[in-house]
Write a protein that binds this ligand. Structure first.
Ligand SMILES: Nc1ncnc2c1ncn2[C@@H]1O[C@H](COP(=O)(O)OP(=O)(O)OP(=O)(O)O)[C@@H](O)[C@H]1O
Ligand SMILES: [Mg+2]
Length: 160
């Protein structure tokens, strides 16, 4: 059971991220897959806006992970941890590895978004939301959300 949505423009991708944020809570792990330039960071920016976190969300390519603290003035209550899987090792559970970074934010208290890139999806990670972004010929994007364990299927149903 997957949810597929067409995202004609980057603004649509931001808006979808804000909507998705509405069903997220502390402890969540989102694995974003898709080729370079597919819109993984753009979607994360929308999620960050929806969560009401501080700081510009940019590609984490040159750091392993970045913590965006919640901004109470914008209704934020939970931090966003934004990581790039290429900078993580190939441990089976990115959450454990991110916790090892000593980020001053634990994955249990944060929403964790990992830009997972291509070819890493075969790894076994328990409960998470798999988010696949693809760029089509006409430059629009397609996002496919696949629930893996937990109550993700029920939460996705609320997004339909
Ligand atoms: N519908 C769309 N959704 C998302 N981005 C779009 C869309 N249309 C055009 N773009 C553009 O495509 C680019 C997407 O870049 P982004 O950094 O989000 O990709 P990425 O998947 O994170 O790439 P990388 O693998 O390098 O991290 C941006 O320049 C954005 O403006
Ligand atoms: Mg990116």
């Amino acid at each position: 059971m997957t949810l597929t949505v067409t995202l004609p423009t980057v603004e649509d991708t931001h808006a979808f991220g804000r909507r998705l944020a509405g069903v997220l809570r502390a402890g969540d792990l989102l694995l974003l897959t898709g080729p370079l330039g597919a819109g993984k960071t753009a979607l994360t920016q929308g999620i960050g806006a929806g969560l009401g976190v501080l700081g510009a969300i940019t590609s984490p390519t040159f750091v392993i992970a970045r913590v965006h603290r919640p901004d109470p003035a914008r209704g934020g209550t939970v931090a966003l941890v934004h990581a790039d899987a290429y900078r993580l090792g190939d441990a089976a559970d990115p959450r454990a590895e991110i916790d090892d970074l000593d980020l001053d934010a634990s994955v249990d208290d944060s929403v964790t978004v990992v830009e997972w890139g291509e070819g890493l999806v075969e790894q076994l990670v328990d409960t998470h939301l798999r988010v696949r972004l693809d760029r089509r010929e006409d430059d629009t994007r397609l996002v496919e959300l696949e629930p893996v364990g937990g109550d993700w299927a029920r939460r996705l149903a609320a997004l339909r």
